[in-house]
Ligand binder design. Structure first.
Ligand code: SF4
Length: 76
């Protein structure tokens, strides 16, 4: 597992679940972007403070965002 240098996390988006609502992008635009299929992708796991990344994951209406840290799951 490759953890990001600053936040020490790995973020995964389940593309099968993602409905492209953009909530994660609104919350943390330097972390998440929508690709050309309107699915969220992680552009920089350190693009926002950890609490903002967790908030973005919590804002996802279909719970498609998973955040793992050094000691295990951070979200959900
Ligand atoms: S908030 Fe969830 S459903 Fe919406 S774009 Fe982000 S990952 Fe996809």
């Amino acid at each position: 597992m490759a953890l990001s240098p600053a936040n020490r996390i790995e973020i995964t988006v389940d593309r099968a679940l993602c409905i492209g609502s953009g909530d994660c992008v609104d919350t943390a635009p330097d972390v998440f972007q929508l690709d050309d299929e309107d699915k969220a992708v992680v552009v920089d796991a350190d693009g926002a403070p950890l609490e903002d990344v967790i908030a973005a994951a919590g804002n996802c209406p279909v719970a498609a965002i998973f955040v793992v840290g050094e000691d295990g799951d951070l979200y959900p």
